[in-house]
Unconditional design. Structure first.
Ligand code: GTP
Ligand code: MG
Length: 204
């Protein structure tokens, strides 16, 4: 039987990694360009509409938001990077929040980097992944908004992404194709998370 999300609730929102929950539950964080669909995907995964705040205007999520799932693991919604229209000061503030969290959060089991499946590889994303690599941060890639493309174009874009990454990486990270609109990839992504949670429990 497919493991499911039985409960999901908002716990805390803040800008300081030191104020994040201290119970040590594993957590899975979602990062990516502003407007890529992080918050929408969180709502699709949990099947709780409006749990994470979404907006068609970029720059909606500006804090580190913790959502407790099944009382034993967290989903973390992070602010988006690269929103050109906000001030330099605001961008710098967001960069500090993101970096502070990613580099210091011991409970972060895995980071999902979301990229829009409609676009060719963007420098801002590949540079961000290179930065993760330099800092030894494990990550997986999630392609979003797959409903907006036909299969041929979608496959072509994902292949071009693979080729681009292989210019710099010896191995590709796990990749998922998703849509919050029609739930593509939801079961696969949840299985991946549940399997990691199980392996953590076995290690203990
Ligand atoms: P910030 O918090 O601003 O960084 O953005 P975000 O990455 O959390 O994006 P959000 O989930 O708020 O979604 C941005 C816009 O994209 C919204 O208008 C969503 O309805 C739309 N959107 C998100 N995911 C999908 C998807 O899978 N398919 C389609 N068609 N639209 C999507
Ligand atoms: Mg958001």
């Amino acid at each position: 039987m497919q493991e499911e999300v039985k409960s999901a609730k908002f716990v805390i929102s803040n800008t300081d990694v030191k104020k994040c929950p201290t119970d040590g539950f594993p957590e899975y964080a979602f990062i990516g360009r502003s407007n890529v669909g992080k918050s929408s995907l969180i709502n699709t995964l949990t099947q709780v509409n409006g749990l994470a705040k979404t907006s068609s205007t970029p720059g909606k999520t500006l804090c580190i938001n913790h959502f407790l799932v099944n009382e034993e693991w967290y989903i973390v919604d992070l602010p988006g990077y690269g929103y050109a229209k906000c001030s330099k000061d605001a961008r710098e503030k967001i960069r500090k929040i993101i970096e502070g969290y990613i580099l210091n959060r011991q409970a972060m089991t895995l980071l999902f980097v979301l990229v829009d499946s409609r676009h060719s590889p963007q420098k801002i994303d590949t540079e961000f992944m290179a930065w993760l690599g330099e800092n030894g941060v494990p990550f997986s890639i999630i392609f979003t908004k797959a409903d907006k493309l036909g299969k041929t174009k979608l496959d072509a874009n994902i292949n071009s992404y693979r080729r681009k990454l292989l210019e710099e990486w010896e191995e590709l990270p796990p990749m998922f194709v998703t849509s919050s609109e029609n739930k593509t990839g939801r079961a696969e992504l949840l299985k991946y998370i549940f399997d990691i949670n199980k392996s953590i429990k076995t290690e203990k």
